[in-house]
Structures are given as structure tokens and as C-alpha cells.
Design a protein around this ligand. Structure first.
Ligand SMILES: Cc1cc2nc3c(=O)[nH]c(=O)nc-3n(C[C@H](O)[C@H](O)[C@H](O)COP(=O)(O)O)c2cc1C
Length: 168
């Protein structure tokens, strides 16, 4: 079986996870912005996406390429500030067609927010968000940033891919 990882992210943490999973499994890694990357060339797909403003950033590409992803998409990893929760699952399910979601295992991974890497308008939005966020720890993270990126957290995905390749 011939698999590949397609990811969408802006500030590097989703790409970092995609590369770690690629290194551990030998699967090729593609940024969805790479127009030469064609999901149809692969038998199965691992999708990775950051979450920005409560939505998966891969959503538009996923909808536009639904016919190429349908049937082949096996794992979705999301990368976010929020920890795994029902709220996070709702953001994910609102971002993607249910036909796609129902065929994927979802793994939520921790992201990184480095204020020195975002523009002033994003910093302003995050600061305003921190003022109205009712969750004190999430508010603090919006204001000062955070780093929850953890290489070990890819292990369930790597294990899933190894088992899938053995069974097929
Ligand atoms: C403008 C902006 C909005 C964000 N919105 C959310 C959000 O709604 N929920 C969340 O859990 N994390 C949010 N985050 C945190 C990102 O998911 C986190 O920084 C992630 O690691 C970004 O992935 P990337 O480095 O691949 O771009 C936001 C980050 C930024 C910069």
C-alpha cells in the first residue's frame, strides 16, 4: 500500500508533525499548497491540519478535493492550542464533510503559538480574544503564547500506519 501525508499549516508546527510522521513511517509529505501534490497517486492518506479561529485550515482544500480524498483518507491529525475535548471535536466536525470524517480516525495534537512569528493584526486579534476568553488559562496562552508541540504524541499515528501497512 502506497500512502502519503497531506498537511495544511501556517506557522510550522503542523509541518513539523507531518515531517516527524513521514520520517517514522517513510511516507512522503506534501503541503496542500504544492500544486503538484496529487492525492490520487496514493492508496491511502493521512491528513494534517492546524486549527485557526475554530476551524481546520485544510477545510477548503478538502471540500474542493473531496472526490480524490473520499475512500482513501484514514487518519486526520489536528494541531491546535485547545486540548482534546468535545469542543475541539465540534470544530473538527463543522470543518469537514461528514462522509470524510466518518472514514478517518482523529488524533488531536498540541500546537505552538509564538507571538514573534505572527503579524501585528493577528497579535491584536489574539489580545482582544484573550480579554473575552472566559477560560483563564486559554486567555493567558492567547496573550503570551504557548508551546505544546510534542514529538512523542505522534506515536499512536505512527503505530496505526505500521499496523495498516502490515494488514494490507
Ligand atoms: C490567528 C490564530 C488563531 C488561532 N485560533 C485557534 C483556535 O480557534 N483554537 C485553537 O485551539 N487554537 C487556535 N490557534 C492556535 C493554533 O492552532 C496553533 O498555533 C497551531 O500550532 C498552528 O499551527 P501551525 O504552526 O501549523 O500554523 C490559533 C492561532 C492563531 C495564530
Amino acid at each position: 500500500m502506497n500512502g502519503a501525508i497531506f498537511f495544511s499549516g501556517k506557522y510550522g508546527s503542523t509541518e513539523q508533525y507531518a515531517n516527524w510522521i513521514g520520517e517514522a513511517t517513510g511516507l512522503p509529505v506534501f503541503n496542500i499548497k504544492d500544486s503538484k501534490a496529487d492525492p490520487l497517486k496514493y492508496d491511502y492518506l493521512i491528513l494534517g491540519s492546524s486549527i485557526v479561529y475554530f476551524k481546520l485550515t485544510i477545510r477548503k482544500w478538502a471540500k474542493a478535493n473531496l472526490s480524490k480524498l473520499n475512500g482513501q483518507s484514514k487518519v486526520l491529525f489536528s494541531v491546535s492550542g485547545a486540548d482534546p475535548s468535545d469542543k475541539l471535536e465540534r470544530w473538527v466536525s463543522k470543518s469537514l464533510p461528514s462522509v470524510l470524517l466518518s472514514q478517518m480516525k482523529h488524533v488531536a495534537l498540541g500546537g505552538r503559538l509564538d507571538h514573534s512569528k505572527v503579524g501585528w493584526s493577528v497579535r491584536l486579534m489574539l489580545w482582544i480574544g484573550s480579554l473575552i476568553n472566559p477560560d483563564p488559562s486559554a486567555s493567558k496562552e492567547e496573550r503570551f503564547g504557548f508551546d505544546h508541540v510534542d514529538k512523542d504524541s505522534i506515536e499512536p499515528i505512527v503505530e496505526w500506519i505500521r499496523q495498516f501497512q502490515t494488514v494490507k
